[in-house]
Ligand binder design. Structure first.
Ligand code: ADP
Ligand code: MG
Length: 858
């Protein structure tokens, strides 16, 4: 918190003088005004969307937070990302970062900053495989936003699906893979959008971004107003060039991730097919080229386009559009023609389903790339995981339907998790550890979750019952059943139950008092959206497409209508199951929370609408959070873990203590630091009240670390030097013995040759001296000289003294003549037996002496 003066407000709401809504809002406003958009509540980060680019991000900022403790720097998303990363790396804990807040509060932006931080601090050794995984992780956001985000009235880049991304790390803390779970794409948006809203970005990007040739191939024109599905949002694009650059970015991102050009082509063809499908109208006619029974497609050419783009036979496509196959009795199949309304319904269901499958296929494809090569099967141990949850925020529209119901239910579940983990668990832990504690009251939304998901009577169960009743139950009857079941529920209301409440329409609306506010839902379309059925004919048709990408999206199309007996799970049940699994998954991890606040509804910078923010502070339970945190403790850790981290700061505990128990050792340590007044001793854990105490401990630890590092370095260097010395000694010993062996071997060889060659009459004249090792060269020279003298003596000693004078004269003559008469024959080879070969020898020309090396006579 070094960079923050008192003029910027309190960096942690826990430090407020009084915990009241006024003080909370005052601090929030002050900090927002000074562009400090982040504030802590203990370890929970509160973030206010600035709606402007602030100089808070980038490599320099990342470097400031890297490896630091949460409280060492001003509050920031990077600090939370770093805390999650450190918990994962140092303690091998699976962690998750749950980002919540209403639509437009900045959740997706926050998740992107977290990903950027993780990407920046990992893989210092630049391993190619890890770089690839990081690239895919970062680029996947861009692709998913194109297909899953849309402009809404609350947010111009609103995520219309929930996203939970797991990043797997190896033991070194480098990302080696990942997995994206997507939740309930709002596919009804493909067909219909509210006024001022748009369809998914991908449609506009194709229309504005593809070049003329590509558009021609897709049979499209560069005008969203020409297509029913994009007409509503046609005038709402930021600018053509923006759409174009987004289109290029998405295409490039798909390439980097590993989509093949054929796959990218298929994706654009499918989008185009959906646009054409949206324009298709049906007319009831007596006769006509495209008729099936008495129904026909108004514009024939659209059928051709869709058939071409989906690579399906035109005839089969037409049949699927105009009729459906039904199994009557046993296995007999009959074709039943649609009415115009039925055909339109089937067409719409088809367009929605194709888009949904496309989206799911994109997610699966990204997952395939991240998982397939991300894991090294030879690696031991388990991966640790950081999960990042960016899921749709609480939503209230003028008319709320099944999607909003699911989204808000999801938020209830997450709030429940927050209560479990942050409020309830914390208080329970104090009780368990025997810490004196005064309970803090908070609103527990378990009853609302129960209203939705309770077996048999919950809203989802009643809806499922309505769906399974084969078309006899209408939305209105469903509403009546809800009324009967929940007439006394404090969080449920409808016009029938409160006839005076004019804000709800009779027979259409019901209201749930959510933790975040009241939402009135219109039951119209609930049953239909929950049943989410698509005729098997379409599935079969698309499964039989010759485009392998499209075919891969419809594996269930291979079933025959007679085989499809089991009723598929409804959309609501699937969503509920995925939420239960998600919450279980999150609860098993160490959670970090980012609570996002939207400052105003106008999406403008530097404007904080107090009423709006106050409402969010209330429903996010932030004030209760502060109270629990304040009455509670900033940190708690088992004694052993505390000692492991801080034992070097006290002479009694370093390197090991002799105080009987860890608790006593911790007590001695804290006494030395004068912190005993700020802690409470639980049965197995130490509770530290204020973050400042932690900072004090951290600082004194940081002061000692360099000394300990030096000590370790010293010991290690000593060990290395000793190893080196031992190696050298071994080398010298080996060398000594080897030399000795060489000398002995040489002498033995010399002796052997000498013994063999020294016999008379030659006295070793032809002795070949072995090549000596370098060390024996002088010895060998001396030896040779001695040998020459000995041999000379052996020859000379038998000459009578009378001949000596003549011999000396001959030797003198030899010395004199050698220079003048090189051919006098002195160097001729000695052929020994001259008498026996006398005559032959006379006839033969004199042999030319061959040079001989190492001969004593030479
Ligand atoms: P949510 O996912 O909660 O619906 P987004 O993350 O999409 O909201 O944010 C909505 C808009 O708010 C973004 O498009 C961006 O313009 C702006 N915004 C959000 N967070 C920031 C931030 N930290 N800095 C600058 N602008 C932001
Ligand atoms: Mg979002």
């Amino acid at each position: 918190m070094a960079d923050e003066g008192p003029q910027c407000g309190k960096p942690d709401f826990v430090l407020l003088d009084q915990v009241t809504m006024e003080d909370f809002m005052e601090n929030l406003k002050l900090r927002f005004k000074k562009d400090h958009i982040y504030t802590y509540i203990g370890e929970v980060l509160v973030s206010v969307n600035p709606y402007q680019e602030l100089p808070l991000y980038g490599p320099e900022a990342i470097a400031r937070y890297q490896g630091r403790e949460l409280y060492e720097r001003p509050p920031h998303l990077y600090a939370v990302a770093n805390a999650a990363y450190r918990a994962m790396k140092l303690r091998s804990r699976d962690t998750c970062i749950v980002i919540s807040g209403e639509s437009g509060a900045g959740k997706t932006e926050a998740s992107k900053h977290i990903m950027q931080y993780i990407a920046a601090v990992t893989n210092p050794s630049q391993k190619a495989e890890v770089e690839r995984v990081k690239d895919v992780l970062l680029k996947s956001t861009c692709v998913l936003e194109a297909f899953g985000n849309a402009r809404t009235n609350r947010n111009h880049n609103s995520s219309r699906f929930g996203k939970y991304m797991d990043i797997n790390f190896d033991f070194k803390g480098d990302p080696v893979g990942g997995h994206i779970h997507s939740y309930l794409l709002e596919k009804s948006r493909v067909l219909k959008q509210h006024v001022g809203e748009r369809n998914f970005h991908a449609f506009y990007q194709v229309l504005w971004g593809c070049d003329d040739k590509e558009l021609q191939e897709l049979h499209l024109q560069r005008n969203p107003a020409l297509y029913n599905l994009t007409r509503q949002g046609a005038g709402l694009s930021a600018s053509d060039s923006d759409e174009r650059s987004h289109h290029q970015a998405v295409t490039e991102a798909m390439r980097v991730i590993g989509f093949s050009p054929e796959e990218v082509g298929s994706v654009y063809r499918i989008l185009a097919a959906i646009l054409h499908l949206g324009n298709m109208e049906f007319v009831e006619t007596e006769a006509g080229g495209l008729e099936q029974g008495h129904l026909a497609v108004a514009e024939e050419v659209l059928v051709n386009h869709v058939a071409e783009l989906t690579a399906t036979p035109r005839k089969l496509l037409l049949r699927s559009l105009l009729a459906r196959t039904v199994a009557s009795g046993g296995r007999e199949l009959i074709e039943k023609g649609h009415s115009a309304a039925e055909a339109s319904y089937a067409r719409d269901a088809c367009a929605k389903a194709v888009y949904q499958r496309l989206f799911e296929w994109v997610v699966d494809r990204i997952n395939g790339v991240m998982e397939a090569r991300g894991r090294d099967p030879r690696r031991h141990g388990k991966d640790t995981v950081i999960g990042v949850l960016d899921i749709y925020g609480f939503e209230v529209f003028p008319v709320n339907s099944f999607e909003q119901f699911c989204i808000n239910y999801c938020n209830e579940k997450l709030q429940q998790l927050f209560i479990q983990l942050i409020l309830k668990q914390e208080q329970e832990e104090y009780e368990r550890e025997g810490i004196a504690w005064q309970s803090v009251e908070y609103f527990n939304n378990a009853t609302i979750v129960d209203l939705v998901e309770r077996p048999h009577r919950g809203i989802l169960a009643v809806l499922d019952d309505a769906c399974s009743a084969a078309g006899t139950i209408t939305d209105r009857i469903f509403l009546q059943t809800l009324d009967t079941h929940h007439r006394h529920h404090p969080h449920y209301a409808s016009r029938q139950l409160c006839p005076t409440d004019k804000t709800m329409q009779f027979g259409r609306d019901f209201r749930i008092k959510h933790y975040a506010g009241d939402v009135t839902y219109s039951v119209e379309g609930f049953i239909d959206k929950n049943r989410d059925s698509l005729f098997q004919d379409f599935k079969r048709l698309l499964y039989n497409s010759t485009d392998p990408t499209l075919r891969a999206m419809w594996p269930d199309g291979q079933q025959d209508i007679t085989e499809v007996t089991k009723r598929p799970l409804t959309a609501g049940t699937l969503f509920k199951n995925s939420m239960v699994a998600l919450v279980e998954n999150l609860a098993s991890k160490e959670p970090f929370y980012v609570r996002c606040i939207k400052p105003n509804e106008d999406k403008v910078a530097a404007k904080l609408d107090e009423g709006h923010c106050r409402h969010q502070v209330v429903y996010l339970g932030l004030l209760e959070n502060v109270r629990v945190r304040r009455a509670g403790f900033a940190s708690r850790q088992p004694y052993s873990r505390f000692l492991l981290r801080y034992k070097m700061t006290c002479e009694y505990t370093w390197p090991n203590h002799l105080l009987g128990s860890d608790k006593a050792a911790v007590s001695a340590l804290l006494e030395q630091h004068g912190l005993q007044g700020d802690v409470a001793f639980g049965h197995s854990k130490l509770f530290i009240r204020s973050p400042q105490s932690l900072v004090t401990l951290e600082q004194s630890r940081a002061r000692l670390i360099p000394i300990i590092v030096l000590l370790l370095q010293k010991a290690w260097r000593g060990t290395l030097a000793r190893w080196h010395c031992r190696q050298l000694r071994a080398i010298y010993t080996i060398m000594r013995w080897f030399r000795r062996h060489k000398v002995c071997a040489h002498l033995a060889e010399l002796q052997r040759r000498f013994q063999a060659a020294r016999q008379p009459p030659l006295y070793g004249r032809d002795l070949i001296w072995p090549l000596p090792p370098a060390v024996l060269q002088p010895f060998q020279d001396t030896c040779r000289a001695l040998f020459c003298r000995w041999r000379a003596w052996q020859l000379v000693k038998n000459i009578p003294p009378s001949d000596m004078a003549q011999i000396k004269a001959k030797v003198a003559a030899m010395g004199v003549l050698q220079e003048l008469r090189p051919d006098w024959g002195c160097h001729r080879a000695w052929t020994q037996d001259y008498l026996s070969s006398g005559s032959a020898c006379l006839l033969r020309p004199p042999t030319i002496p061959q040079p001989r090396t190492c001969l004593l006579s030479d």
